[in-house]
Design a protein around this ligand. Structure first.
Ligand code: ADP
Ligand code: MG
Length: 275
């Protein structure tokens, strides 16, 4: 069966503040969806909420993967259900080597009694690292420790290539990448493109989408998808920024800054009605 991730009017908060305010989106196997939006609009919150990060509290709505309630699953189960997140800010873990980490992740996914053989694992890891033009020494480095921003991002894509998820969420995978690294990372993503795999690509800039052509582009503002279209939408954002979207939809200015109060939106604004 073709995988389907269905997000329906999802509401979620972090630190007691509601960030996702009724977000709906459906990603099917074979589709690449790009979610674009200004900083602070809740894109990473969406990714973390989908993965079950304990800091993010679901207030309402539903998320299913192939009809199963994702929000009821613990983080491991979400992984086994085929969900994967490449993080915007991957954590550094001292004392755990990259290969140990990846092998544990693969074995957790495969389940007890079905562990991957060491030889097979090493061959798989070497071949994927080769595709991503990563130095073999990264196998034995501690996870993300002392990795540059670009190396961390490549390593996230490496994990994705090793785990072969059904639904892959990539959060700002392009940030901190120079153009060569961007091309390589995009190659990795494109190599996994297929009828049985869906992608949710979160990005602030259109640049990445020159290398990974999305089927759908969604604009996220104030914790919701406010507009959806095809790749031309991303191009218009690149050319004109987000102002026209706000004007078109009558959205009050979204100020993002150090001042949290400035960002929070009054709940009774006559925002766009979506669905
Ligand atoms: P984006 O990824 O679109 O830039 P985020 O989802 O990271 O936006 O953040 C949305 C809002 O939620 C911001 O105001 C941010 O400060 C807040 N936020 C996100 N994660 C946390 C957290 N762990 N603790 C406190 N506030 C958070
Ligand atoms: Mg973010």
């Amino acid at each position: 069966m073709n995988t389907t991730l269905r997000i329906d009017r999802l509401r979620a908060s972090v630190e007691g503040k509601e960030i996702l305010k009724g977000l709906s989106l459906e990603v099917r196997g074979g589709e690449i969806h790009a979610v674009m939006g200004p900083n602070g609009t809740g894109k990473s919150t969406l990714a973390s909420t989908l993965m079950g990060h304990p800091k993010y509290e679901v207030l309402g709505g539903s998320v299913t993967i192939n009809g199963e309630d994702l929000l009821e699953m613990d983080v491991d189960e979400r992984g086994r259900a085929g969900l994967f997140l490449a993080m915007q800010y991957p954590s550094e873990i001292t004392g755990v080597t990259n290969s140990d980490f990846m092998r544990s992740a693969i074995n957790a996914q495969r389940g007890e009694g079905n562990e991957i053989s060491l030889m097979k694992f090493i061959r798989l890891m070497e071949s994927n690292m080769n595709t991503l033009e990563m130095n073999p020494e990264f196998m034995h480095r501690y996870l993300n420790e002392g990795f540059s921003g670009g190396e961390k991002k490549r390593n996230e894509i490496l994990q994705m290539m090793m785990l072969q998820p059904k639904i892959a969420i990539l959060d700002e995978i392009d940030s901190g990448l120079d153009i060569d690294a961007l091309r390589i990372v995009a190659q990795g993503v494109n190599s996994l493109r297929g009828a049985d795999r869906g992608f949710l690509i979160i990005t602030h800039y259109q640049r990445l989408l020159d290398y990974i052509t999305p089927d759908f582009v969604h604009i996220m503002m104030q914790g919701r998808i406010v507009k959806s279209g095809g790749p031309e939408l991303a191009q218009r954002l690149e050319a004109e920024g987000y102002e026209w979207v706000k004007e078109e939809l009558g959205i009050e200015d979204e100020t993002v800054g150090q001042d949290e109060d400035e960002f929070s939106m009054p709940m009774n604004t006559t925002g766009p009605k979506i669905r």
